[in-house]
Design a protein around this ligand. Structure first.
Ligand code: CP
Length: 324
């Protein structure tokens, strides 16, 4: 698979996702050998205007595991020439001369599309405001397939801040590619899912329902996808934030209502919306989910840089590498 820009989840079809997941499975083997020099000589620029732990570190780790190099600004608003008034477009034009791929996180929805429009090198959207976070959605689906064995025929509850949560928006776009998926939307009144996603799901024949009682649907669901109430998106609406926080918490009581073969996911970071005593339950999949981000992002970088990862390359630990 050869990719150029990765901007929006809905640009991917099911065949592309299957190829991406197959490649990501190979990357699990590659990582167990320390990595391979498949992207030696390539440079990734990570251009982050917003905070990140998982996305930035996993992209940077992915590039290094594939033998490439990384140039980085983790606080572009303060430590790039944006602080002197440079536009995103000019910054991207300049980075085109220094890097082979740009991973961009920005605080404005639509920023990744603007960057891609002026970039010769691939731009990967690592989250743009309340817009999308497509690479998170890829790893979310990869996790569901790995944990449950299938994505078709699942019932999923997306819970929490559905108005500001870009991961849930991207995930909904991708769930619409699969058969017989049912979505429950469980959100406090002030952060309900926007109409654009509901209309998209309706147009693609995905059954969804907005519900208030998480406990009532807990026994039915295969996946509980919890999200954080995103305080940073409320600006001066602290009253709304206080009304939304703490309404839906996944704790032992909720877990006890869920089936033994179901899973709890979260894109993380978590604040208090999943109780820490849930972490030890085998159904708590969120740390495994974050680990899967590494494999997905290795596969994406290789696809954007046009490198074949069915490699004969000798891995960094010198062993013989066999990837199915
Ligand atoms: N899930 C996610 O995007 O986490 P970070 O904000 O830490 O990258």
């Amino acid at each position: 698979m050869r990719l150029h820009h990765v901007v929006a989840a809905q640009d991917f079809n099911r065949g592309m996702l299957e190829e991406l997941f197959a490649q990501s499975r190979r990357m699990e083997t590659v990582v167990s050998h320390g990595g391979v020099p498949a992207l030696a000589g390539c440079i990734m620029a990570s251009l982050f205007y917003e905070e990140s732990t998982r996305t930035r570190f996993s992209f940077e780790s992915a590039m290094l595991r594939l033998g490439g190099s990384v140039i980085s600004t983790e606080n572009a608003r303060q430590f790039s020439s944006v602080s002197k008034g440079e536009t995103l477009e000019d910054t991207v034009r300049i980075l085109n001369g220094y890097a082979d791929v740009i991973v961009l996180r920005h605080y404005e929805a639509g920023a990744a599309r603007r960057a891609a429009d002026v970039s010769r090198v691939p731009v990967i959207n690592a989250g743009d405001g309340t817009g999308q976070h497509p690479t998170q959605a890829f790893l979310d689906l990869y996790t569901i397939e790995k944990e449950l064995g299938h994505i078709d025929d699942i019932t999923i509850a997306v819970v929490g801040d559905l108005a500001n949560g870009r991961t849930v928006r991207s995930l909904c776009y991708l769930l619409a590619k699969y058969r017989n998926v049912r979505v429950y939307m469980v959100a406090p009144e002030v952060v309900r899912m926007h109409d654009d996603i509901k209309e998209y799901l309706a147009r693609h024949d995905v059954r969804f329902r907005e519900v208030d009682d998480l406990n009532a649907i807990a026994p039915e669901i295969d996946v509980l996808y919890q999200t954080r109430i995103q305080r940073e998106r409320f600006a001066d609406r602290d009253e709304d934030y206080q009304r939304a926080r703490g309404v839906y918490v996944v704790d032992r009581e909720v877990l006890n209502l869920m089936r033994p073969d179901s899973i709890v996911m979260h894109p993380l970071p978590r604040v208090d919306e999943i109780a820490v005593d849930v972490d030890g339950d085998p159904r708590a999949a969120y740390f495994r989910q974050a680990q899967n981000g590494l494999y997905i992002r290795m596969a994406l970088l290789a696809a954007c840089l046009g490198r074949d990862l069915s490699v004969d390359a000798v891995p960094f630990n010198g062993a013989t590498l066999t990837t199915a």
